[in-house]
Write a protein that binds this ligand. Structure first.
Ligand code: ADP
Length: 493
């Protein structure tokens, strides 16, 4: 039973009512007989048993969303913005509790969890502001009596599917632009981390976001939920963050109804350090971009390419830093690396490291599992392109260092994957920065920084990393339809 641990978690919260285990379905809090078990990845303890929704629940939520959306879209942008702003303020004032819930179910260190809550809230704030700037256009008519207007209108009912690695922010990044644009949204969070999603909508309800406009439906049957989202004609758009594999499934399933799709999929980020780079900054950048969330983000560095002149110094310095990192339970003060999300995630990381070592990689730091689902932060050098770690997303705390000689070679190697999400370059040469920015086939390029995520910039990938953008003024486009009206103006008599 979840009783003991659930009680302990509630006791840690200033506002225990944020720990909601019912689904938010069509304006009501809904409990089911079958439940989803939510476990703490640091201990394996059963934290809570959450409502387990099915396809019929999704259909009901979509219908309620259709009704609520019409009224929501009819409100002025300012009215919508005021409610969203209130929701943002509630997220901030409850950030500590939201962070505790997040760490409990997902495992990341508490400080990172708090950072994620603020990051998620920043999208709510940003899109509350942008709601008022959905401008249309006028175009000079093509004939004397013609006038052309361009309107931007909400797409309607949106379905969202989110992953476990940022259980708050990935949902906030979809809810916020959808609501700002005048859409309604039905979301299915990841089965591992439904509590953060539900807590977010508890606060949305308190802020006065209308009933039925947002539903959050945890479900153990992701396939059936995805099918309902793709096959229900009321759903006009699907926004998905997760694996490229599931992105493909949704694209295929959505084809019949030509569903609009925003897809934030996998990555395999290169991190390129030239001989002329600032070594300290490059090592810090690698730590930030590789080890955040124990390496479990889609923008995490997966391949570190270091030019031969700086290679040994960089590898040695990085290994020293990584060996000092503290791993453990995310709830404990000072923890930098929390547990991985599951046994399967741990097994993948182990397999990648083993494969690399068998093919000649050198272990410079870490290696091996610790208690529970912890994997020690690890550095490997002499990694080469035929190793699994070079081709697949590792999604764990393993820094894999490759050696390179020329700029041309490294660009070729960096681009030789099917993904195109984030990339990073460290160099002090201005012209090279510019060349790299243009040459890398990635949706995002960090130059001399390992941290690129912000609500003011368009986050998203190219190639098999997806389509659509989240954040920035471009982020609203994904939730708007463009329509033009051609007016014939009779000349005055
Ligand atoms: P990850 O490897 O990060 O778990 P997934 O793509 O498997 O990535 O999961 C991301 C989200 O997609 C989760 O909410 C999961 O439940 C959901 N999901 C998994 N399979 C499907 C599917 N066939 N249809 C719709 N959603 C799915």
């Amino acid at each position: 039973m979840s009783g003991t641990y659930e009680t302990a978690l509630r006791a840690r919260l200033q506002d225990p009512s944020l720990l909601e285990t019912r689904a938010c379905l069509a304006g009501d809090w809904h409990q089911t007989t079958r439940r989803i078990e939510v476990r703490n990845p640091a201990s394996g303890d059963l934290l809570a048993e959450v409502a387990d929704c099915d396809r019929a629940d999704a259909a009901q939520a979509i219908e309620a969303a259709r009704v609520a959306q019409a009224e929501w879209a009819a409100r002025s942008a300012k009215e919508r913005a005021v409610l969203m702003r209130g929701w943002h303020d509630l997220i901030l004032s409850n950030a500590d509790d939201l962070a505790v819930i997040l760490t409990a179910e997902m495992g990341k260190p508490l400080a990172e969890a708090r950072g994620e809550i603020l990051y998620g809230a920043s999208y709510v704030e940003w899109f509350a502001e942008e709601a008022k700037r959905v401008y249309g256009d006028t175009i000079p008519g093509h004939q004397r009596d013609k006038r052309i207007l361009v309107l931007r209108q909400p797409v309607g009912v949106v379905a969202a599917i989110t992953p476990w690695n940022f259980p708050n922010a990935m949902l906030a990044r979809k809810l916020a632009p959808a609501l700002a644009a005048g859409c309604a949204i039905v979301a299915k969070p990841a089965i591992e981390t439904p509590l953060s999603a539900l807590a977010l909508v508890v606060l949305a309800e308190r802020a006065g976001i209308p009933h039925g406009l947002v539903s959050v439906l945890p479900s153990s049957d992701a396939r059936a939920m995805g099918q309902e989202f793709c096959e229900n004609p009321t759903v006009r758009k699907i926004s998905f963050t997760g694996s490229t594999e599931v992105g493909r499934i949704l694209m295929r399933q959505g084809a019949d109804q030509i569903k609009k799709l925003s897809l934030e999929l996998g990555g395999n980020a290169p991190f390129i350090v030239f001989d002329d780079a600032d070594l300290d900054a490059a090592v810090e950048g690698a730590i930030q971009s590789k080890f955040r969330n124990a390496g479990q983000t889609c923008v995490c560095t997966n391949r570190i390419y270091v030019q031969s002149g700086l290679h040994d110094a960089f590898a040695e310095r990085l290994a020293r830093r990584v060996a000092e990192m503290r791993c453990g339970d995310g709830m404990e003060e000072g923890t930098e690396i929390g547990p991985l999300i599951s046994e399967a995630a741990l097994a993948k990381v182990e397999a990648h490291v083993e494969d690399a070592q068998q093919r000649g990689a050198q272990l410079l730091a870490g290696g091996g599992r610790r208690e529970g689902w912890l994997y020690a932060p690890t550095v490997l050098s002499e990694v080469t392109s035929e190793m699994r770690i070079a081709r697949e997303e590792t999604f764990g705390p393993v820094a894999a260092i490759f050696r390179f000689v020329t700029e041309k070679d490294v660009v070729e190697a960096a681009n030789a994957v099917e993904y195109g999400l984030a990339s990073y370059v460290f160099t002090r040469d201005f012209a090279r920065s510019w060349r790299m920015m243009e040459a890398l086939d990635y949706g995002m390029v960090g130059i001399n920084t390992g941290q690129i995520s912000t609500e003011v910039a368009p986050f998203g990938g190219i190639k098999q990393s997806g389509q659509g953008r989240e954040g920035s003024r471009y982020g609203l486009d994904d939730y708007l339809e463009m329509k033009y009206a051609c007016l014939s103006i009779a000349p005055s008599a």
